[in-house]
Design a protein around this ligand. Structure first.
Ligand code: UDP
Length: 236
């Protein structure tokens, strides 16, 4: 169920397939690690072997980023739809509410995870949010203790990439949660502090274009998309 682009694995499962696989693992007390893959991370992994190893160690590399979908289409793969970090997180919250599993929000600036918690509770009134912790606590022992005392089934880690992925790999063996997902700036969006592109742009795969108009200084970062596509095409 994996495809490989420039040395980085990408999972070809849908939201539902990943969700049912994850909850099955929770029931069996197995741990899982979800990482969002986009062209930027794949390109970074070309010159950073540690990062490549880290991305490939995850159990689910979700195709977040239209570049990965395009590469799969052109190369005859099966990935047809984006599985975005934030939508995966919301899907897991919905399922956790249904199945009586708990979640924890770790990361973002002080206050943001609490605001995100309030919004998630509005959307999922029965969801058990076992705790929150901002992403600027320097004392790792405090962070670990807070998480283990809350004893959640799922933890969403929003420290930015690749910090959050390195954090997950370093701690997942010793911590209580079963599911670990790195979610970047998702708490900023869920809390209402950062706007996501309108659905119109998302559906057309033009979220990158919306962000470019909003933050023109990103153009340099976005040159990565065509570079990635050319390289992925030549790979065969
Ligand atoms: N962040 C954090 N601790 C840090 C550095 C960053 O909690 O030491 C948070 C930051 O407040 C933001 C998120 O990590 O909420 C990074 O979001 P960004 O969109 O930059 O990450 P990306 O999705 O690009 O990886």
């Amino acid at each position: 169920m994996k495809e490989n682009y420039l040395g980085v694995d990408v999972c070809s499962l849908t939201y539902d397939e990943i969700t049912s696989s994850l909850f099955h693992k929770i029931e069996n007390s197995q741990k899982s690690f979800i990482v969002a893959i986009n062209p930027e991370k794949i390109m970074k992994a070309q010159t950073d072997e540690n990062l490549r190893g880290l991305l490939n160690k995850a159990d689910y590399q979700i195709p977040d980023g239209i570049g990965v979908i395009l590469a799969s289409k052109i190369r005859g793969g099966n990935i047809r739809e984006r599985v975005t970090g934030i939508d995966m997180m919301i899907t897991l919250c919905r399922e956790a509410e249904k199945r009586g599993k708990s979640i924890f929000l770790y990361g973002a600036k002080p206050g943001i995870a609490d605001q995100a918690k309030i919004q998630l509770e509005k959307q999922f009134p029965k969801l058990h949010i076992a705790g929150t912790m901002h992403g600027y606590e320097k004392d790792e022992e405090v962070v670990k203790k807070t998480i283990n005392e809350a004893n959640p089934d799922i933890i969403f880690v929003a420290l930015g990439s690749p910090t959050q992925e390195y954090w997950i790999i370093r701690h997942m063996d010793k911590l209580a949660p079963k599911v670990y997902q790195g979610v970047g700036g998702s708490f900023d969006v869920i809390s209402g502090n950062l706007k996501r592109a309108p659905l119109f742009f998302q559906r057309l795969g033009l979220e990158w274009f919306y962000r470019l108009i909003k933050e023109p200084s990103r153009w340099r970062r976005q040159l990565i998309l065509p570079k990635f596509l050319i390289k992925a095409l030549k790979e065969k």
